[in-house]
Design a protein around this ligand. Structure first.
Ligand code: GDP
Length: 341
């Protein structure tokens, strides 16, 4: 091993330096490796990576939009990965290209993740027409969600026609997911009431489709009962702006039952809302929402990264805690200082 040249080895394995042009070309030609590297730039905290990422996104934007974006949520253990794996296999049999993205609200709290720890969707991940990307890590849920939204644009430009955005059913992350998808699906278990499953009323209200999963074996009867309960619950919510009536269906992800019916429901939703104009209208509204989200995030980051403001903030924090200064006045002082910089 005397001739072993570490430099030469490092050279061989060093990432090629792509230009924005290379990234865009690669993405538009459906190259999953380049797509993946571009997403890594989106997820990077380095300013120079962010700059390249933004240019790639701008260039891909005109080629994006032609997909159905579907949010999938449900408590841990309800069968999300099993569902996505078998549903996904069915989708690619129909010659559709599928991207699976995740938003994991636990990643910024614990550093670990509910979604990412296990080896998931092994059969699906080896398929050529499939792109699977775990949740980006991030300090705030808003930041994580924004990266996912940018990732959606690149996936669409790369030709993925169905984009599944998965999250764990704990409340806050669903609102984020709903703001980036066309259709929202909630997975429930057969034998537990909504409260037991930790699903908040608001999440149920967002659902365009409730899937009672694990409707197999001895659980079939209780699944039917859960289906009726869910259907009754859905009726109580006000009519949706989309004109779509949410329904509850049975499925067994493991036995691949009910999956093609769910695919048909998705297609029906897409054609119905495209015809009515709601589909485009909702996407326009979502873009406006993300513009405002993005402004808020950038302003907030600029504020906290300003050293003089930050030092004063530490000082004022103590005064606010001791009751010397009101939090409102302190905020105003700090904002004035920030704005007059
Ligand atoms: P996730 O945490 O929501 O992603 O759930 P998983 O897909 O990891 O599934 C949790 C457990 O439920 C696993 O042991 C699966 O094999 C099982 N499971 C998933 N779907 C079904 C189903 O349709 N029927 C039955 N009986 N078990 C299922």
């Amino acid at each position: 091993m005397n001739n072993f040249n570490l430099d030469a080895l490092a050279q061989r394995f060093r990432r090629p330096q792509y230009t924005v042009e290379d990234y865009v070309k690669g993405i538009l030609s459906g190259d999953r490796s380049i797509l993946s590297q571009a997403i890594t730039l989106i997820e990077s905290h380095l300013e120079k990576h962010q700059q390249i990422a933004q240019q790639i996104i701008e260039r891909c934007l005109p080629h994006s939009g032609r997909s159905l974006r579907v949010g999938i949520t449900g408590s841990p253990g309800v069968g999300k990965s099993t569902f996505i794996e078998n549903f996904g296999l069915e989708i690619i049999q129909k010659r559709q290209k599928l991207a699976v993205l995740a938003i994991d609200p636990s990643s910024q709290v614990s550093g670990g993740s509910i979604l990412g720890d296990k080896t998931r969707m092994q059969l699906l991940s080896v398929e050529n027409q499939v792109f699977i990307r775990p949740s980006p890590a991030g300090k705030t849920l808003g930041g994580v969600a924004q990266k996912t939204r940018e990732t959606i644009i690149l996936c669409e430009a790369a030709g993925f026609e169905l984009i599944l955005v998965e999250t764990v059913g704990v409340g806050q992350s669903e609102t984020m997911v709903q703001s980036m998808v066309d259709f929202f699906m909630l997975l429930l278990l057969p034998n537990a009431g909504d409260d037991l499953q930790g699903i908040k009323r608001g999440v149920m209200e967002m659902a365009d489709l409730v899937v009672i999963n694990k409707a197999d074996g001895e659980a079939i009867l209780s699944a039917k009962l859960a289906q009726r309960q869910a259907a009754n619950g859905l009726h109580l919510f006000p009519a949706k702006a989309s004109g779509w009536t949410a329904q509850a269906v049975l499925a067994s992800a493991i036995e691949k039952k009910g999956l093609s019916e769910i695919h048909q429901i998705l297609q029906k939703y897409q054609s119905q809302t495209q015809q009515s104009g709601f589909f485009a209208q909702q996407r326009a509204q979502q873009s406006r929402y993300w513009l405002h989200q993005s402004i808020q995030q950038k302003l907030q980051a600029a504020f906290y990264q300003n050293t003089a403001v930050y030092n004063n903030l530490i000082n004022l924090e103590q005064k606010v805690e001791s009751g010397e200064v009101s939090p409102f006045y302190a905020a105003e002082l700090l904002l004035n200082q920030f704005l007059s910089k």
